[in-house]
Design a protein around this ligand. Sequence first.
Ligand SMILES: O=c1[nH]c(=O)c2nc[nH]c2[nH]1
Length: 484
Amino acid sequence: MAKSDLLAAEVTHRLFVGCVVHPASRTQLDVDPYAIVAVDLQSGCITAREVLTNEAEAAAVVTGLTIRYGGPARVSVTQLGPHQFLLPGFIDTHVHASQFGYMGSGYDLPLLDWLSTHTFPEEARFADPAYAAGVYEAAVATYIRYGTTTAVYFATIHTDSCCALVDIVRRRGQRAWVGKVNMDRNSPDTYVETTEESLRETERFVEYVLGNDQASGPPLITPVITPRFVGSCSAPLMQGLAGLADRYDLPIQSHLSENRAEVTWTESLHPECASYTDIYATYGLLRPRSIMAHCVHPQDTELRQLQKHGVGVAHCPNSNFSLISGVADVRRLWRHGLAVGLGTDVAGGCSPSVIDAMRHASLAAKVHIIKQHQEAVDDEACAGCNTKNTINDEVTPLTAGELLYLATLGGAEAMGLATELGNFDVGKSFDALVCDLQPRDSPVVHLRPDEAWATKLEKFIFLGDDRNIRQVFVRGRKIHARGV
Ligand SMILES: O=c1[nH]c(=O)c2nc[nH]c2[nH]1
């Protein structure tokens, strides 16, 4: 090839060479110290994943793939460093972009008081699109920096401000479901809509999102139907929203069974229904691609109903601790066959980080173990059972593999997107993080010589932060790189 042809040739594929970590399933975490992931930069999809045994073999496979993809001028090779690894991008299945401004404050109140004291007054300010854009710009940049490649956003009731959020997410290249919030009852005068307004404005928002997609390939941004929760949505509004979800084939998100006082109040609003979950079922809001946040206090019958309708759950442990809502039990949700992802639930949760959500999920699972130990000790049936870290197969700590699964593939399953996202299977979108355990400015993660990869991953989960996320990719495109 002449030199001028070489210069003109376009790079069509990128190969990542080094340690690759991904959940093959809930029960299998693959950690491959010598592996290659190949990405077609046109489609942003993974075209090959090769698992090797040593560096020499990796070099030979790089050469073979380079020939297959048209030669060195068409292939860019990224060699990961000794403490770097590739991880699927994080999926935050429940986050209020509009609450970013007061995250980290107001945790002395339970849910319903917190909503009326902090949340509704702040969200009412989003009537001003300029104010909204300022908050959304900071929020989206932060979530991306922390490795969230896919976010399921609540915005507010204000359509123009919701459109501003969509524009920001689109410009920054993140994948997202974005929801205009619906509220037509039990809300302050300054932050409420009529039923008709709420439906009309939701349709205007949906048309805006669907009409403005400029990404090549399937859209990165999807409008999501977002009744805030039963307490703030009348039956006609819920029914109307279910109709919009049908008409536009859209996903749905809401809150379910977060706090005991909320459950009691909600059920009192609908004596015609058997339970909180049954209210959503009755008004048509439970289906595949519905995501219900929290599910802290459901009865078994409710979990069976969620499973029957194919609903996914956003587990939001930081929020459940911060608002003292209770502790959702992930293993119980799994036993009922539910798909579960993680939610930061900013600002109920006090961190924008899915790594933090993994840590809190670990603690939440341990609370169930501690509770059972405590009950056993109180019964005097189990003197000394604190010497074990498990009660039985159903009450055990979450492993590092399970935590990484919740943060990635579990979220994709809850969204009904597991054929496209969540790990590095060939054909899926390359939504990925280049993680670095030894960036120059992160003294917290200390590695001993010859630290095993299993230990390195645990340290990433329990000590890591945004400084350990070097690059962020969505559909093969780099959307963030650290300056340091
Ligand atoms: O954690 C929560 N955050 C909210 O904004 C909200 N609204 C209803 N229920 C809610 N729960």
